[in-house]
Design a protein around this ligand. Structure first.
Ligand SMILES: [Ca+2]
Ligand SMILES: [Ca+2]
Length: 202
């Protein structure tokens, strides 16, 4: 026999559902859920597809049920793309992100002062032996990247096509994207040591 559900149990359940719905809607309003993006690729070429998920400005990489990598908590990733941006025949992970300082825990010997500015960066990674490895990581960019694509613009291999904006100072050394500033399109091509500007407008 089915037991009747007591009214006193129904009320708390309804309250919990209402609270959950409110949280869901408010997350959606602030972009918490809609900011989630996903891509798939086989960057290490082992025949097993990896899944790249950007949620709440953190990127997670999985291959099957195996967790491979997550971006550090102090990075705020805006965009990412998979493409052979350095034209060496293997697909890379390319990210634009906001973080404090230009370098990681090891800074180059010529850098004596602490770099405390919070600005935009472009990082290029590859997947090898189930680990994400740095290929190239920019210092503070002169202009923040609003968006970017990796594509062949001139029939001469892959280029990085970038929409560049301007910084807005928030306080001290902390900057954000100036959403009112005009955007310009630039095209960059990988040279042996980094990206070279090939077109300052498209
Ligand atoms: Ca793979
Ligand atoms: Ca590559």
């Amino acid at each position: 026999m089915v037991k009747p559900v007591r009214f006193s149990r129904v009320i708390p359940l309804a309250v919990i559902l209402a609270v959950l719905l409110t949280v869901f809607v408010s997350l959606k309003d602030t972009g918490g859920i809609s900011s989630r993006t996903r891509a798939v690729g086989d960057l290490d070429g082992d025949g097993m597809t990896e899944e790249y998920i950007l949620a709440d400005h953190r990127l997670t990489v999985r291959e099957g049920d195996k967790y491979l990598w997550q971006s550090p908590g102090d990075w705020r990733i805006d965009n990412f793309a998979l493409g052979d941006v350095d034209n060496d025949g293997t697909v890379n992970l390319v990210m634009t992100l906001w973080k404090t300082g230009s370098f990681g825990s090891v800074k180059p010997f010529w850098q004596t002062a602490e770099d405390t500015s919070y600005k935009n960066h472009l990082f290029v990674y590859r997947l090898k032996n189930k680990a994400m490895k740095q290929v190239w990581c920019s210092s503070d960019l002169d202009r923040p990247i609003v968006s970017f694509t990796i594509r062949d613009v001139d029939g001469d291999g892959q280029s990085l096509v970038v929409e560049e904006g301007k910084y807005r100072k928030i306080s001290g050394e902390r900057y954000a994207l100036d959403k009112k500033a005009p955007v310009r399109t630039t095209v960059w091509r990988w040279d042996e040591w980094g990206f070279r500007l090939v077109k300052d407008s498209l």
